[in-house]
Design a protein around this ligand. Structure first.
Ligand code: FPP
Length: 261
């Protein structure tokens, strides 16, 4: 059962929290459902887009912190399939923010040696957003310090359906033998391949659902839920999540004595 961190850490500063972190037991891959931007803005009497804009600052900080800590993969849920049901004004503003982020932040990502990839039904994005996604993917394709994956127009069930379609096509053409299909082979048909599964999923804003995010990949992931709204989820909050992650027994359904690491 997911837990929020103990209040015993509440009084500690960022450097004290960093000192508590075991550098040897950090997640290799962190996934994030960035929730609560709208509420953050509404609480301040601001338009919802102001919350999304502030949320980008949290994204920037998390990328920097992952790089500092040596966390090699970060996957963020920026726009779900269900988000297409939002008012068109908000959708347009979000797409505008995405384009602005990619067009202005590309050089920084390159300097940081971050490889950018987008997953989801990207063909549904406006042409100009697709352009910036493709350009950023191409210009960062050779970088390998960290993999930043942004889920856009993404749904976990749709991803699984697409993987099944790919498998069936290859089975029909004879490149895949149905008897040989196993979990590792199936994984190769998912859009996140070749990333390892996330070790830690963070969801902000007090919601405790997976909301169709990385359904296959989260099978053994530690889930961390916090009431903090995404624009307020900054370095200290991330450290609390990492400390909580390190506290948990990672048993993968086996008995602890048989787990080697
Ligand atoms: C959920 O908050 C957040 C989103 C739907 C969008 C997240 C997008 C960003 C942080 C900016 C774009 C990201 C990049 C990488 C450019 P919500 O609107 O559902 O908040 P609420 O639940 O309080 O209404």
């Amino acid at each position: 059962m997911a837990q929020t961190p103990s209040s015993s850490l509440d009084h500690l500063s960022e450097s004290e929290l960093t000192a508590r972190l075991d550098q040897e037991v950090l997640p290799k891959h962190v996934a994030v459902i960035m929730d609560g931007n709208g509420r953050w803005a509404e609480l301040r009497g601001l338009p919802r887009i102001a919350g999304h804009r502030e949320g980008i600052n949290s994204v920037r900080e998390m990328i920097a912190q992952c790089l500092e800590l040596g966390i090699r993969a970060l996957t963020i849920y920026a726009f779900s399939q269900e988000n297409w049901n939002r008012p068109s004004q908000e959708i347009n503003a979000l797409m505008g923010l995405l384009e602005h982020y990619l067009s202005t932040e590309r050089d920084k990502l390159i300097e940081q040696q971050v490889r950018f990839r987008a997953v989801g039904r990207l063909e549904l994005l406006p042409e100009s957003a697709q352009h910036w996604v493709r350009t950023t993917e191409k210009e960062t394709a050779h970088l390998d310090k960290m993999a930043l994956t942004v889920a856009l127009s993404y749904g976990g069930r749709a991803e699984i359906v697409d993987a099944v379609k790919g498998l069936l096509r290859d089975a029909a053409s004879g490149t895949v033998q149905p008897d040989r299909i196993d979990e590792a082979l199936f994984d190769r048909y998912l859009s996140t391949h070749p990333l390892p599964d996330p070790d830690l999923l963070i969801r902000t804003s007090g919601e405790t659902r997976i909301s169709n995010f990385l359904l296959w990949q989260l099978a053994y992931t530690e889930l961390y839920f916090t009431p903090t709204l995404w624009p307020d989820f900054r370095r200290r909050e991330f450290l609390l999540a990492l400390i909580e992650y390190q506290r948990r027994e990672r048993r993968f359904g086996r008995v602890l004595s048989t787990v080697s690491s």
